[in-house]
Design a protein around this ligand. Structure first.
Ligand code: ZN
Length: 254
């Protein structure tokens, strides 16, 4: 079965990194994990998850594709990856591939997967941003990290935010709205909607505003793909609780 594979069309035109946001179509997982679950941490059969990774390799067309993932903990730690053979880098919510030949993966089911591409240097990075990571400002932290450690100017950065729970579905309480508004001011207010006495958060909009605030050019920030809770071709923790995780990935072929 063909995978649901969302690419950033703006990146396709310029000689792009290998990248994509995958949905749950294809894959061999069953039950709550039905389809292309790529997480070993949600209770799915590890042999089947391995098989699903093989399906991804075939679809992507890279036979020996290795994807480095993190133990995502809703924090703001960023790890630098220099070894393409590492499977999981440990606890972190952001990673940078220090050179071509290293592919980075994010596993999500509502949180925002953010891919960063720096074509001039063939650098790639990823960020996992749920509301906690967004509150901590992990996306702008990545922009600062890329500047401090790699000398990348914010203007060189292209960012893409993939399928995330949308403002249509992501109801939040005061425990989330308040700290976001205190810390991020107008950017947070513009990302929080009120409807019939309830509040809803647009995680991608807030991260987009944070990236802009960190100096990334607005035209270089792309929002790609639907709300993963509305679109059943994606896993959603909010919608289904017991469920799988979809993969987003990026890297420069060596
Ligand atoms: Zn929705």
């Amino acid at each position: 079965m063909e995978l649901r594979w969302i690419k950033v069309s703006a990146w396709e035109r310029r000689g792009a990194p290998l990248h994509g946001f995958l949905g749950r179509r294809g894959g061999k997982s069953e039950g709550a994990f039905m389809g292309l679950n790529l997480s070993f941490r949600v209770g799915d059969d590890p042999a089947v998850v391995k098989d699903n990774f093989c399906d991804v390799k075939k679809a992507v067309g890279v036979h020996n594709l290795k994807v480095v993932t993190m133990k995502q903990v809703h924090g703001d730690h960023i790890a630098d990856v220099a070894d393409p053979k590492i499977k999981e880098i440990g606890e972190a919510d952001g990673m940078v591939a220090e050179k071509p030949g290293i592919f980075l993966g994010l596993l999500t089911a509502d949180c925002a997967p953010i891919l960063f591409s720096m074509p001039e240097r063939k650098l790639a990075a990823v960020v996992h941003a749920g509301w906690r990571g967004t509150l901590a400002g992990i996306a702008p932290k990545m922009v600062r990290h890329l500047k401090e450690r790699y000398g990348v100017a914010p203007e060189e950065i292209e960012a893409a935010l993939g399928p995330t729970i949308g403002v249509c579905c992501y109801e939040i309480g005061a425990d989330v709205a308040e700290p976001l508004t205190v810390k991020w001011g107008d950017a947070a207010k513009s990302a929080i909607q009120s409807r019939v006495g309830k509040q809803y958060l647009d995680i991608r909009e807030l991260n987009r505003r944070q990236l802009e605030g960190a100096g990334v050019a607005p035209e270089r920030i792309v929002v790609a793909g639907p709300c993963n809770a509305c679109d059943r071709e994606f896993f959603s923790y909010r919608r289904d609780k017991d469920t799988g995780r979809q993969l987003s990935f990026i890297g420069w072929p060596s």
